[in-house]
Design a protein around this ligand. Structure first.
Ligand SMILES: Nc1ncnc2c1ncn2[C@@H]1O[C@H](COP(=O)(O)OP(=O)(O)OP(=O)(O)O)[C@@H](O)[C@H]1O
Length: 235
């Protein structure tokens, strides 16, 4: 069975089981399980230093866990060699960071198209996709360098960049952390629209209660494992 068929068979885009990760003498993740289906959104909250970004790093294959399985789109990324991992990541995963991580001197169109080109999309198609996404998300395409955009526009451009390779799984680490409240609302609205509009799964790490409350499920990372948050609970 191919990867796409495996996703269709059980609906799971992300399937983490029994994950253990240690740093220095501390166990950050201990027997952690997490399943996320296509079209579903999950927020991960928890105290600073509890290991939320480390968890995203394990999903991206940047951190090698000491134990457990991290299946993304049906393949265990903990077992992959570097080249295969990079290919798999660019094919299936999009990532939005707190500070956008865009090149300020390039236009938004160039930033988004570049991600598509690096993902192996031919130039014409890369620019077409980039332009469509930016227009859909209400970001100027090429009238200004990315560095001159507002914080909210920059973050929407970062979402466009994360979506340009049509990922199966979208990850976001504190995507609204650097924004004012108006831009925060626009960006979180957009992020949580993604699973419905593009059908991918979304995992957001956040300290922002308003963002966490929009997710289908909110999980708290404490004591090195994930527990379901009750509605209305504050981080
Ligand atoms: N290579 C490393 N060596 C030692 N400690 C590390 C290493 N990498 C991460 N840590 C520690 O692991 C802990 C978890 O870090 P992580 O960034 O995952 O937390 P977080 O929950 O995302 O925090 P925040 O909410 O503040 O962003 C922190 O205490 C960090 O200092």
């Amino acid at each position: 069975m191919g990867q796409t068929e495996e996703i269709k068979a059980d609906g799971r885009v992300l399937d983490i089981s029994n994950l253990r990760y240690e740093v220095a003498d501390r166990v950050l993740l201990d027997g952690l399980d997490l399943q996320v289906a296509a079209g579903e959104s999950v927020a991960v909250v928890g105290p600073s230093g509890s290991g939320k970004s480390t968890l995203l790093g394990c999903i991206l294959g940047l951190h090698r866990p000491h134990q457990g399985r991290v299946a993304v789109a049906g393949s265990d990324v903990t077992k992959m060699r570097q080249r295969a991992l990079e290919r798999h990541r660019s094919q299936y995963v999009g990532m939005v960071f707190q500070f956008g991580e865009l090149l300020p001197e390039l236009t938004p169109l160039e930033n988004v198209a570049l991600a598509a080109l690096l993902g192996g999309i031919p130039s014409g198609e890369a620019y077409r996709r980039a332009e469509k996404l930016l227009r859909d998300l209400g970001v100027p395409c090429d009238s200004v360098p990315t560095g001159d955009l507002s914080g909210g526009e920059r973050q929407r451009a970062a979402v466009a960049r994360a979506l340009v390779n049509q990922p199966t799984l979208l990850l976001a680490d504190e995507p609204t952390g650097a924004l004012d409240s108006a831009s925060r609302d626009i960006v979180s609205e957009l992020l949580f629209d993604v699973p419905q509009r593009w059908g991918c799964a979304l995992v957001v790490v956040t300290h922002d209660v308003a963002v966490a409350e929009r997710a289908d499920r909110c999980l708290e990372l404490t004591g090195a494992s994930l527990t379901q948050r009750t509605a209305g609970a504050r981080s």
